[in-house]
Design a protein around this ligand. Sequence first.
Ligand SMILES: *Cc1c(COP(=O)(O)O)cnc(C)c1O
Length: 400
Amino acid sequence: MDRKSDARLSLFTPGPVSISREASHGLGRSGLHHRSDEFRRLMSDLSGHLKAAFLTTGDVVTLTSSGTGAMEAALANLLSSGDKALVAVSGKFSRRWAEICEAYGVDVTRIEIAPGKSPEPESVTSALEAAPAIGAVLLTHCETSTGSLSDLEAICDAIHDLERRRGSEILIIADCIASLCVDELRVDAWGIDCAVSASQKGLLSHPGLAFLSLGKRALERVGTTTSSRYYFDLRKYLKPCVERSRERPEYPPDTPFTPAIPLVSAVEASLAHLLDLGMESVWRANRSGASAIRLLVEAAGFKPVADRQASGVVAFWSGGVDAGRIAETLEEDHGIIIAGGQGDLEGSILRVSPIGKGPGELRRFAGAFSDVLAKMGRTLDMDAIETEFDRLLEGCSIWE
Ligand SMILES: *Cc1c(COP(=O)(O)O)cnc(C)c1O
């Protein structure tokens, strides 16, 4: 049988990830019309649940697009051409912020960070102090190209301190596409003005929906920004919300365009289940999975790329071993898909995501990884790490 057409292939890629049972069932309820009360109720449930996941009392907008659409929408609605922004570039995804800024005529200052490192609060604040006209910082919580996690809480604290000292606003916009429902994220407590995310990573659902949380300061900006926008003009998504809630407070949003209706019901079902499990349990389970994979990788003699490990993906340097062959053999012999490096890192690293993976799947991965490495003359001594590996797997038993 052709493995490539086998729907049971196991996705250990950092998005899309394997779809949850709840999302698959939810997708089936797709016969709704988006102007029906039933759909409005669904959308309203989804918005409420997204607020609970982002840990915000602000607004959350759902867009029909992949995550990058929400990044572009954040830029187009919160910054105008000629505005100055700071981007900490530590890989392919954080670089995307800088590229979107350029597309919108935003004047961007970059802090360049080596692969595997994360921006430090002091490097962000010293760049801001050196250029007082900068009014926005664009951050990436999990840099998926290297698996490194930014300490968003500490960075936001440092920015807020500076803001108080200098008495002018510095908007914080964060890419949380690979961290929502994966790593600890507290939008209101940390003071993030706008966080963006998407359906195909921590939410364990299909690709195709993207989300933005908007705090009070971000909402004000949406109305004053002068950038051109149409489909992603957030006023279209927020205004009906205000009008409708006056008429019928129980239903907030009426979407301005036809949304991806089946995805809305898939994501809502998946997210409701994650919230039942509890955000802290979900963070803990993904963290355990990442630690288990990191343990395997190190036991096989590979060096992880990230200093501060994100839970969404473990990247490691393949060293003297052919990265492409490891990935191909895992797929051909075991039906397991992992990801390679991107851009400059292509061919030198491999990336494995534990998102939503329980003990059974992680054990299967360990067996397959060990088998593939043995064929390439490398040993992964499972006996040496067995106790620690089992302890970590217990931490992700919520996924079974
Ligand atoms: C996956 C990912 C994106 C891009 O998302 P698309 O849905 O492919 O547009 C952006 N940023 C990060 C950190 C990601 O992990």
